[in-house]
Design a protein around this ligand. Sequence first.
Ligand code: NAD
Length: 253
Amino acid sequence: MNQLTDKVAIVTGGANGIGYATAAVFLREGARVMLVDNDGERLKQAATDLSSDAVRYCVADVSRSSEVKRYVEDTLAAFGGIDVFFNNAGIEGTVSPLVDYPEDTFDRIVAVNIKGVWLGCQHVLPRMNTGGSVIITSSVAGLRGFAGLGAYVASKHAEVGIMRVAALEHADRSIRVNSVHPGPVDTQMMRHIERQLSADRPEAAKEGFEAQIPLSRYAAADEIADLVLFLASDASKYITGDTHVIDGGMIAG
Ligand code: NAD
C-alpha cells in the first residue's frame, strides 16, 4: 500500500540532490508533487526525468515572498490542496573563519536558508490541509558547530527555531512540523565544500569527512528521502516539533 496516496506535496530545492530524490520517493508512494527551484533549466529537466503525470514545477526563489506566494498558488491551482511541505532548498556558502566571513555571502545564506524556510512556513502552513506534515532540511550543522562554516551553522540552527515555533502554532490543526539533520550527503553541495577545502585534492577532503563518520561513508540522497517519507506519512502521526538526525553516527560521540 502506498504511503502518500492522494496526498499533495511541495518540494523546494527539487531540481537536485535530496529534494529530487525525495520527489521521486513521494511520486512512487502515490503523491502528486510540485517541484520548486530557482534553477529553471535544471528544474525543467528534473521534472522530465521524473516522467510522471503527477509532477508539476514552478521556478521560484524561496527567499522572495512574491515567488513563495506564487508556488503556493500554483500548487493549489494544479492540485487543489497541500498535505506535505518539504521545506528543503538551501545553500552552503563559503569556508572561512567567522572573523573573515564575507558579509555578502552571510546575507545570501540568511536569505535562502533562514528567510526562505521562514517564508515557506509563513505562506504554506495556513493553506495546508488538516493533518499535514512539514519537514525542514536542517543539518548536523544545526545541532553542533563546524569551524569555517559559521554562516551555514548559524542558519541551520535558526531553522530548528522556526521548526519548533511552527510545530507549536499549528498543532491545533494536527499539522506536524519536524526537521531532519543529515551529515554529509552525496550531492553537488558536498562536492562544492570539498573543492573549497582542498582545491587540488577534493577527494582528500572527502576522506577527511568520512573519517569522522562511524559508518565510514556519505549518505545517499535517497536514504535521506526515506526518513522524509516517514515524517511525511501517517506512520509518524504522533511526532512533531522534533529534530531527526541521519548522519551515520557522526555526532553520536
Ligand atoms: P543541492 O545543491 O544538490 O540541492 C539544493 C537545491 O536547492 C538546488 O537544486 C538549488 O538550485 C536549490 N536552491 C538553492 N537556492 C535556492 C533558492 N533561493 N530558491 C529555490 N531553490 C534554491 O544540495 P542538497 O545537498 O540536496 O541540499 C538540500 C538541503 O539539504 C539543503 O538545505 C542543505 O543545506 C541540506 N543538507 C545537505 C547536506 C549535504 O551534505 N549535501 C547535509 C546536510 C543538510
